[in-house]
Write a new protein. Sequence first.
Length: 256
Amino acid sequence: MRKIMTQKKLNKVLEDHEAWLENPKEGKCADLSYCYLAGLKFGRRTLRQANLEGAVLCNANLAKVDLSMANLADANLSGAVLFKAQLRSALLNRTAFVGAVCDETDFSYAQFSNADALNADMQNCKFVGCVMKGSRFDHARMSASDFSKAILDNSQFLNTDLSFAKLQKVKARQIRARRVNLEEADLREADLRGSDLRDAKIKNASFLKARIKGITCNKRIETLPVSTNENSLTLLVLDCAEKALKKRKKVKAVAK
């Protein structure tokens, strides 16, 4: 049975937790696991290392709250406001972010597997080094977010907006990303093997040195071998055009 937490009781828990962070001999580490906290306000407080496993935080106001290294596994944050919150190295496995507002939030190095972020606002976020296997981001708005070196294997991005996103060196094998918007996105050295990108928008996206074996896409993806550097792209195109021109001249000469 879940424990229902009032705003007054929550404020006391937050005060004790901040005292504990300053001096472990004082205060008490916050244990809000499986508590009902829907709609409550956290007032930009610090909840680093707190235990919120399985907590119900629907529509809660967590804007600018520090939840770094906190345990939020199996928690429900649907509709919550996490604008500019800190969730670095947090445990977010199986956490629900459905419809949550997480713009400019830092999720770097978080464990984010099997999470559900359907229709969430996650623009300009940091997902650097996150493990996000098997998660769902359908219809989420994630433009200009940084996924550098994140692991996205087997995740789903149907109709997701990833325009201008930084996806360098991500491992995104066998992702389902039909109709995803990747316009202006940076996917240099990304591992996309076996992924489904049908009907994706890829205008001006960079796939330089990306691994795309077994990919399903009805649009042409331009990439280069790993041994070729970025500056040689233009030279390679010009070289191919020059060789083709010489070949045509040679054919005309033989015909005469």
